[in-house]
Design a protein around this ligand. Structure first.
Ligand code: COA
Length: 319
């Protein structure tokens, strides 16, 4: 059976790491409030020379090297972001140029924090048609650029970064993406959005969020979509070695795991050091757990995320 096999992961973070105590010098907050309510201790913030594209290119180089490939082997780039370098062209084409790839298919996907899951499903479908052979799937963001640094209810929650994976089309019935499931419900625009855009205000805008309401939807939707994706693969939560969730809030991760009856030690957690990096958070956490040896070939891994829209989704992968 033709499947998309994950053969390499990579990630990149801005050089500058900012602690809760440093944020407390800028806005009315405390390390204790942030840790207790979110589990976040640090986030990385892009400097003037670091952009969504530069972080994405660094993560991509690491993923391509881990897969044992050259950049020229890549024939498809799908990049998930809500913070592109420019309104157009797609940041994926900028990354393509940075990697020195002469010709391939390259485009962006916008589904905010679920963007990487959307990108994975799109790339998986394109690989399984046989039209493409090796895809680079990237989640990359510089949310620090769309935060209102006067709003303590949002600015403490997010960070910048990028993660990437290489997916290769292979005829196999053991490894690869076994199932994906995506959802969107556009009625919830006003709970998590950016108050600008080219077609409305003509400005980039800032992130706005009703955190408590997002939290409530997140736990219900994430538990449900993980169950749906596992059912599509003919598996149950008992078969899962690792869950790599979107890293928004440690309390969301705990509540979702409890709802599913999932042991907390099976959940990869990086929110403490990266905060919420939107589309980058899942591939960043995946790369951390692959590189520290927790996730190994043969493991059954579930990826999940939810974000603005709302959009949400999950993917079941045999590594
Ligand atoms: N520092 C100190 N106090 C803060 C604060 C901060 N950074 N941010 C908010 N507060 C205050 C609020 O003003 C409020 O004070 P009040 O009771 O006097 O009005 C109090 O803390 C509680 O605020 P509330 O919003 O009810 O807290 P919460 O327990 O819901 O936690 C979030 C807030 C944002 C951490 C939480 O709702 C959350 O994580 N939501 C999901 C967000 C998310 O995942 N978004 C991305 C999805 S992709």
């Amino acid at each position: 059976m033709m499947r998309s096999v994950l053969t390499g992961t990579g990630s990149a973070l801005p050089v500058k790491r900012v602690s809760n105590a440093e944020l407390a010098e800028r806005v009315d907050t405390t390390d204790q409030w942030i840790v207790e309510r979110t589990g976040i201790r640090f986030r990385h913030i892009a400097g003037p020379d670091e952009t969504t594209a530069t972080l994405a290119a660094d993560a991509s180089r690491a993923a391509i090297a881990a897969a044992g490939l050259a950049a020229s082997d890549i024939d498809l780039i799908v990049l998930a972001t809500a913070t592109p370098d420019q309104t157009f062209p797609a940041t994926a084409t900028k990354v393509q140029a940075m990697l020195g790839i002469d010709d391939c298919v390259a485009f962006d996907v916008a589904a905010v924090c679920s963007g990487f899951l959307y990108a994975v499903q799109v790339a998986d479908a394109m690989l399984r048609t046989g039209v493409h052979a090796r895809a680079l799937v990237i989640g990359a963001e510089t949310f620090s650029r769309i935060l209102d640094w006067e709003d303590r209810t949002t600015c403490v929650l997010f960070g910048d970064g990028a993660g990437a994976v290489v997916l290769e089309a292979r005829d196999t019935d053991t490894r690869g993406i076994l199932a994906t499931k995506l959802h969107a419900d556009g009625r919830h625009n006003d709970l998590l959005y950016v108050d600008g855009g080219p077609s409305t205000t003509g400005t980039v805008g800032k992130l706005r969020m009703k955190g408590r309401e997002v939290f409530r939807h997140a736990v219900v939707n994430l538990a449900a979509v993980m169950g749906e994706s596992l059912a599509l693969a003919g598996l149950t939560i008992a078969d899962v070695d690792w869950v790599v969730p979107h890293q928004a809030n440690a309390r969301i991760l705990d509540a979702t795991a409890r709802k599913l009856g999932l042991a907390p030690e099976r959940v990869v957690v990086t929110v403490d050091r990266h905060a919420n990096t939107s589309a980058a958070s899942v591939p960043l956490a995946l790369d951390v757990a692959v590189r520290d040896g927790r996730i190994k070939q043969g493991d059954l891994v579930v990826l999940e995320a939810m974000g603005g829209g709302f959009t949400w989704g999950a993917a079941v992968i045999r590594i």
